[in-house]
Structures are given as structure tokens and as C-alpha cells.
Design a protein around this ligand. Sequence first.
Ligand SMILES: [Fe+2]
Ligand SMILES: [Fe+2]
Length: 490
Amino acid sequence: MKIGFINLHKFTKSNLVKATAATVLCSLLMILACLIKYYIIGKPVSSGIWFCMLTLTIATFVFMGGLLMYAMVSRNYIIAHTRYFVAFLSVVAITFIAHLYLSIISPLLIAPALTALVIIQLSRRKQDAFIFNLMEAMMVLLVLLLEAIMTDGEVYMLLGGGRNAYLWYLGAMSVINVGAGAVVPVMLRDKAKRINYLIVGGIVMVASVAVYALIILVHANKLFLLQYFWLLFVSSVITVVLSLIISPVMESAFNLVTESRLAEWTNSSQPLLRKLALEAPGTYNHSLTVANFAEMCASAIGEDPYLARAAAYYHDVGKLANPSFFAENQSGYNPHDEILPEVSAEIIRNHTTDGYKLLKAYRLPEEIARVAIEHQGTLPITVFYERAKQLTDSEVNVDDYRYHGETPTTKIAGIIMICDSSEAAIRAMDKPDGERVDKLLRSIINDRITKGQFDKCKLSLHDLDIIRKTIINAFGGVFHQRVKYPEGKV
Ligand SMILES: [Fe+2]
Ligand SMILES: [Fe+2]
């Protein structure tokens, strides 16, 4: 169903209920934080308190509701994967509360682009960082203005510059906050490198100083504004420090897939990868090759290459339950020769569900765990189905030999399904060449299309064509032939 710009079929009713509940909860939390702050600072409040509190309550719900609308209209992904939306809203609530309480130290201490710098680490889209930062900046500006009204200008007196200078300063800080929030996501290129946040913090500081200097130039009360110059340095440091603390906490609390976490998950020192390398070395090497193919294919069709690489690393971890039952880990002895084909099929197909459970136990995110359960789709395990037919005269039901997982629901799971079968089939070839590999890939892809394996994952025929060509271009570098050494010489 579509209402205006909103595609309701992109997320479920339950997603929307959770996102709305999070919006209301965060709004209430922010209003409560304001009330506690007013209680703590104990400033005398004027008769305008009810007007201010009502304005604050309505404005908080309007701004936070605006973020919900933004996500519903142009960021269906973060509503469908609600934990992202809840994480982003929580960031807004945390940074807002941080600004609120920092202002007790100095009513004008606003850390520029703090929200943007946290959200850019959690989101794939630059626009999220800008929009969430903009809303948070607006709320901080409104609350500080309301605070000034409620305390009958107490803050103006506190600063000693009078109402006009206070408004100029507040305006300048808000412009810097919003402006830096727009620039930071564009400047930050490699998000996995933490050092880049320090560089960006430095640039924000220089930009803040430049904007502030311009305001001083045009403002009459130069001395007043000049005495708060140092706050720009402090607030830029606060931005970097707080963003480096809040982001990893949010990534972990909401189990988000971010560039820095993908870099961690693909590090060979990860416990699950080390276990795979030690206990199932054949599977480990197979996974590395699938990852190389999958990364290139994902990049070629505009999907996330880092997510494809990480998902490929972990797609077969379920084989850890019985490593020796998988061909790539055998050296001569094959335990399947001694058991019935239906038992063999059961052991083989369990690697998808076992993998999913193992990845969940190791707290890997759903996006990666789903690939473990989907990469074999619902295909039959032909070798044991054929063996079963040979052993009996009666009818053998092919469904008893199928994988029990699901067909790929994402393009990345579809890519890994193709790369997985291609890697195994090319490896089994004697002297693979471009023409034979092309023929093989066409038959693998056509077979999966006719068996409905790509029906849920939106891989188009054009995507499948690009994936096939990418693997053909890449296989030579992976399965290259070596010059044979003369016997007895190395
Ligand atoms: Fe597999
Ligand atoms: Fe595999």
C-alpha cells in the first residue's frame, strides 16, 4: 500500500509500531531530562513556565516525529531494520541530553556536529547524519532559548553580554552546528579508520573559528564574543571524544553493521574465523575464495562489498559441527562411504541451520547470519539423492534431500549462492579456461533461476549477467596455473 510518498509495503506494521514507540519514548526521555536540568540548576522561573514547557513538549514531539516521517518517506531500510532507526533516535536523545547538561558548565557550550559525527559512523547514508544532526541542533537551540525565557534572562546576565549578544552567540553556534553537520559526512571518507575522526574534528574546529571570526567582524559587541572564543576549541574536542565513545557503544548495543565492525569481523584474529581455520582449514580457504569473488560481484552491481566479504567469510561456519563430512576438509577418507545417503544428506544440510545458530551465539548480526541459512537455498543435495535412487527400487522423494533453509532474500545472499557453487565447480575443473568457466557459470545461474532460488532477492537478469562476467574476469587470478618445477628441484 502507498500513502503519498510512503511505501508501506517496504516495512511491516510491527516495524512501524516499534519505530513509533521508540520516537515517543525518546521524546519523553528528552523532556524529562529538561525538567531534571531545570530542577538541578534551581534557577527561579517566571510565570511563563507553562508556556515554555508546553512549547518544549510539542516541539520535541514535532522534531522527533519529523525524523520518523523522514525515515518512513526516504529511508525505508532503517524502518524495516528498526534497530537502526532506534539507534539513531537514541543518539539524538543522548547528544541532546549531553548538550543540555554541558550548558550547565557554560550555557553556550555546543559541541558542533556531534550527532552527525556519531551517526555517520553508524549509517551507510550521509543524509542520515545531516538530517538527524539538523533536528538535534534545532531542538538544542529551542531549549536554550526557552531556558532564557523561563529564567527571565538569567543566562544573559550570567554571560554579562546582554540579550542581544546572547542571541548572536546562540545563533552562531547553531549555524556552526548545522553547517558542520552538513560538511562532516562529506569529508569523512574511510570511516573504519578512527584517526580520520581526529582529522575531521580538527577541520570542524578550524571551520568553527572561521565562522565565528566572521560573526565577530560584523557584530558590535566584539569584546563579549571574543571572550568566549576558547569555547570553540573545547567544544570541538568534546565532539570528537564523545563521538568516539558513543559510536562503539551504540554499534554493540544495537548490533549494527558498520564499516568499522565489518573490518573487525573480517579480521583473521576473530575467534570464530580462527576456529574455522584450525578445525576446518579446507572450508576456511574455500570461504576466503568465495569472499574474494563475492566482494568483486557486490561492488560490480552496487551492493556493499564489505558486507559481502564478511558474509562470505562466515557462510559455511555451520560445517564446524562435522568438518570431516565435507569434501574440502577430507584427505582420502570419506565418512559418507560408511553411512546411508539420507543420513549424509541430513549432516550436509544441517550446516546452514547450525551456521545460523552459531553466528547468533557469537553475536554476529542478522544480515550475516541470514546468509548462512540462505546460501544453499532450497536446492536438493543431488549427490546423495542420486545415491539413494541407486540403492532402492522404490520411489525416492527429492524433498527429503533438499536444504531446509530459505532462498536468498537479499542480493548479497544471492551473490554468495552463485560464488559458492562457482568456486567449488571451478576448483573441480581440470585446467579451467574462460570459455569452459563461462559455460559452467551460465548453467549454474540458469539452474538456480529455474528452481526459483532468486525469486525473493531481487537480483535482475542484468545483475546476474554482471556477476557472471565478474567471476570470469576474476577466476584466473584465483585458480592460476603454476609453472611446473622439474622433478627433484624446488
Ligand atoms: Fe555451504
Ligand atoms: Fe560454501
